[in-house]
Design a protein around this ligand. Sequence first.
Ligand code: GLN
Length: 285
Amino acid sequence: MKSSIRDILRNDGKRLEAALLLDAGSARIEVQCLLQAVLQVNRAWLLTHAEQPLDDQQQARYAALLERRLCGEPIAYLLASREFYGLAFKVTPDTLIPRHETELLVELALQRMPQLQKCRVLDLGTGSGAIALSIAHARPDAEVVAVDVSAAALAVAQDNAQHLQVNNATLLHSDWFSALQGECFDVIVSNPPYIAAGDAHLEQGDLRFEPLAALASGADGLRDIRRIVATAQHHLKAGGWLLFEHGYDQAAAARALLQQAGFAEVFSARDLAGIERVSGGRSSL
Ligand code: GLN
């Protein structure tokens, strides 16, 4: 007997719940997403065709995806897609999966970009391009430069720029500022790697499957943030802002680094969970 969509939602939701310790709602949504991807339908179709069985080919494709998810592979990699700031981004195992809390960084950057004049924004370590392309999409008049040290990640960001029809973003291969001699910006943003090497979180959940170079940053997780903060003022226009994401317990360290480097108006901002997630300051040079 072939399983109907209803059976699959009920049974496999429970399997995912147990295997990955998900709550029932999230597990059900994940099964829905896998089915939508295999059947190429939207959620409304799925829920109004609950009695329909899958054909053999669909069943085989679905079963393969479910098996991979049961082994912990991130749903975003299985679907090759993740929504961020209202836009659909392609993601692959070469890129970090964009997180919703990073949308705070986009908001803070958009608030600080000059309104009525030509404005340049730099995104350091762009990965899938989530931050840079969201900003470029929201401000088509701005010029956005996005860099990454990973050529494979840049290829994904390039695909995303094309797919989202963003024409005001330039993607460059660069180790932080290495390819940006003499370039100055109004706002520099970054969601750099910031987890301490050896941190137990690296062995948990989605992180196990994401590129380590996008996650881990030296013994205390601050190696890359230190580098960025030390150099950023050479690439900021007078009064320009540096804004970056960091770990849940790194806000005080981030503010201290910004102050030591001579930034003014140093601040940290809380994400929706109430965690200080982004810090920044203004160039005083
Ligand atoms: N800028 C990308 C993002 O926020 C990638 C960040 C990273 O790889 N550390 O999703």
